[in-house]
Design a protein around this ligand. Structure first.
Ligand SMILES: Cc1cc2nc3c(=O)[nH]c(=O)nc-3n(C[C@H](O)[C@H](O)[C@H](O)COP(=O)(O)O)c2cc1C
Length: 196
């Protein structure tokens, strides 16, 4: 069950833009982020919930999409853009050391989204300065990353990594998005004498 959900929980970048995510679902995602593990339990993550058309339109140009496929429509076109976003912030008044909290929280958000029939992608390439200026984000809040969300309008499949070791995802002629992953064996480190 959890393995199926993780497999389904891919990075989606094209959406049915006209389908809105109910605010209650966005709140449930943030609530599940709230329940995440947190280094020293400082819980310094904060969130801006973005779902109005105006805020979505303002945020979109400040994000960079699918860097490996700039010529294959990696950036969603108008009509296929996310219908909501969660901007993840760190509240430095609570703690300036947030360890890996934002990664764990992001995965809880995306798993919650997928379970409810939504999908999304973590966007780390954010024009933070412009965003701060535009929305007057207070100085004590650092913009860490953005989770783009919506009703996925694309198929994303996992592929075994080819022998050249390329990590680059690609799109085929049918628009299917392929993501190479290392094998299980590739990522397990066998220490000499470990079984003795
Ligand atoms: C920390 C982090 C930052 C990311 N930043 C971006 C980004 O700025 N733009 C983007 O299109 N995808 C971004 N991604 C999505 C990755 O490209 C994606 O996870 C990877 O291609 C593997 O695909 P999968 O999530 O479907 O397994 C980011 C993912 C992570 C974990």
């Amino acid at each position: 069950m959890i393995s199926e959900l993780i497999l389904k929980c891919r990075s989606f970048r094209r959406f049915y833009q006209e389908i809105a995510i109910p605010e209650s679902d966005l709140l449930e995602m943030v609530n599940n982020a709230r329940l995440s593990a947190s280094g020293r339990n400082m819980q310094s993550m904060k969130y801006i919930i973005v779902h109005t058309k105006q805020m979505c339109n303002e945020l979109f140009p400040l994000l960079s999409w699918a860097g490996y496929i700039p010529n294959q429509g990696g950036t969603p076109k108008d009509g296929e853009r996310p219908s909501a976003y969660l901007v993840m912030l760190n509240d430095n008044n609570l703690s300036s050391n947030y360890f890996w909290d934002h990664g764990i929280a992001a995965q809880n958000i995306l798993l919650t989204a997928v379970e409810k029939g939504w999908g999304g992608v973590i966007i780390g390439a954010v024009n933070r300065e412009k965003l701060r200026e535009l929305w007057k984000i207070p100085a004590h809040l650092d913009v860490l990353q953005v989770i783009a969300l919506g009703k996925p309008k694309e198929t994303v499949v996992i592929e075994p990594m080819t022998s050249d070791g390329s990590v680059k995802y690609w799109r085929d002629e049918n628009g299917i998005h392929h993501v190479p992953k290392r094998t299980l064996e590739d990522i397990i480190v066998h220490l000499p004498n470990a079984d003795k």
